[in-house]
Design a protein around this ligand. Structure first.
Ligand code: URA
Ligand code: CA
Length: 440
């Protein structure tokens, strides 16, 4: 086989065979194909698209380009993946809750990227917490505790690593078959047989419109059907940070607050919704209402919080933070931001808030940057809230006064007010299962 014929096939808009897909994926992983030919093929795929079978074949070939874990967790390994949110700490809430209900949560998470936070960075704000564990340790924690969250192993899906880096610099990121296969190849390689996807929609999401977000969700559910894995996708909004806390230690605190029953609201709601899908996808519960009931019980009994403690201890971390959140890293400069105008909070630029947190030190500008676990902010108002001039709109947790002042301006600029009432932002737009799409 030669790469020119593969490029030619796709350039003409014809479907690629499994053999053609295997040939270029192997060439990407082992370095035998040069960047320019892979880039030409990626652009042909971006412009001509791929059908469901090609997309599933690409996913499975990329998954098989490195090690494929077959974890024995005495149960159905279930994973959850978000396409990237701000103030989105659902993993730290749902992993222990699902485990407390008998699920086996095998979670490989990313680090923060651009304006979005990463679960692994958040966990590292807990003293002693190990997020790089040998595979057998990771699997045995999932088996015994029911959940473990670690960083993505570089040995999984190496073809995706190469192709993703090329896509990033050739204008070929925004392709549904390329995004879907990229995300799922890593999940398949990590050994999940049930996967719940949180596909974000809105400004700052991978797909800008609701229709395209639902298409991406459908494509991933279809790959699951063709690959024999159970996939459920939830399409959720990212019009404002999901929780009120943005920043690594702050988001751990908020997760503990939710698990302790101290905090209600959208973060809890979306975590329970995704958790219920995980219990259904992995077959632990027969239907969503049974799953909701079990999750509510795990939360109100405190068993979810106990599970989080167990997981933190198993990963070497200081679980005392679950009883006393003041043990988490604390920023030296904590101060409020006051509203300069009155009105209903109408719009929140989530990307701008995510970027503001990153620039405070909560995220990285380059891969090598260190993270300051303590910094970030807590929003005191949500879309739809009435705000008086002089109300506290947000509490900053900054490394110094200069950073606080700079961030304050960015946060105020990210908010718009309306003289007439505005409804709260929608949280969940659609649920996509093998049975179809339901709007919520
Ligand atoms: N995340 C991924 O892992 N891959 C993509 O293509 C986009 C987002
Ligand atoms: Ca996330």
């Amino acid at each position: 086989m030669d790469i020119l014929s593969v490029i030619e096939t796709k350039k003409q808009g014809q479907p690629l065979s499994r053999e053609q897909i295997r040939f270029f994926v192997r060439g990407a992983a082992d370095g035998t194909l040069p960047d320019y030919q892979l880039a030409a093929l990626l652009m042909a795929i971006r412009l001509q698209g791929m059908n469901a079978q090609e997309t599933a074949d690409l996913t499975m070939e990329m998954a098989a380009s490195g090690s494929m874990l077959k974890p024995d967790v005495s149960g159905v390994p279930v994973d959850k993946h978000s396409t990237g949110g701000v103030g989105d700490t659902t993993t730290l809430i749902l992993a222990p809750l699902v485990a407390a209900c008998g699920g086996k949560v095998l979670k490989m998470s990313g680090r923060g990227l651009g304006h979005t936070g990463g679960t692994v960075d958040k966990l590292e704000s807990i003293r002693g917490m190990q997020v790089e564990l040998p595979e057998d340790t990771f699997v045995s924690i999932v088996r015994e505790v029911g959940c473990c969250v670690v960083g993505q192993s570089a040995r999984l899906a190496p073809a995706d690593k190469r192709l993703y880096a090329l896509r990033d610099v050739t204008g070929t990121v925004d392709s549904i078959p390329l995004i879907a296969s990229s995300i799922l190849s890593k999940k398949f390689a990590a050994g999940a047989s049930a996967i719940v996807l949180d596909v974000k929609t809105g400004s700052g999401a991978l797909m800008p419109t609701l229709d395209r977000s639902i298409d991406l969700a459908k494509t991933m559910v279809d790959i699951g059907n063709l690959a024999g894995r159970k996939i459920i996708a939830v399409v959720s909004g990212m019009d404002e940070p999901l929780g009120s806390h943005v920043g690594n230690a702050l988001e751990v605190k908020e997760a503990v607050d939710v698990l302790s029953g101290r905090t209600e609201g959208p973060l809890k709601e979306v975590s329970l919704f995704l958790g219920a899908q995980m219990l259904v996808a992995s077959g632990v519960c027969e239907n969503e209402s049974e799953a909701q009931k079990q999750l509510d019980e795990a939360l109100s009994s405190g068993r979810g919080l106990e599970k989080l403690k167990e997981m933190i201890r198993a990963q070497g971390g200081d679980s005392a933070i679950c009883d006393d959140v003041t043990l988490l890293p604390k920023a030296p400069c904590i101060r409020p931001v006051y509203a300069k105008e009155a009105g209903w909070l109408a719009k929140v630029n989530g990307v701008a808030l995510g970027m503001a947190a990153q620039q405070m030190g909560a995220g990285r500008a380059t891969k090598e940057d260190a993270i300051d676990p303590a910094v970030g902010f807590v929003m005191e108002k949500r879309i739809g809230d009435w705000v008086d001039q002089g109300d506290v709109i947000c509490i900053l947790h900054a490394k110094d006064e200069a950073s606080a002042t700079e961030t304050q301006e960015k946060i105020l600029a990210a908010l718009s007010f309306s003289p007439v009432p505005v409804p709260p932002a929608r949280l969940i737009y659609a649920l996509v299962t093998p049975e179809g799409v339901s709007n919520i």
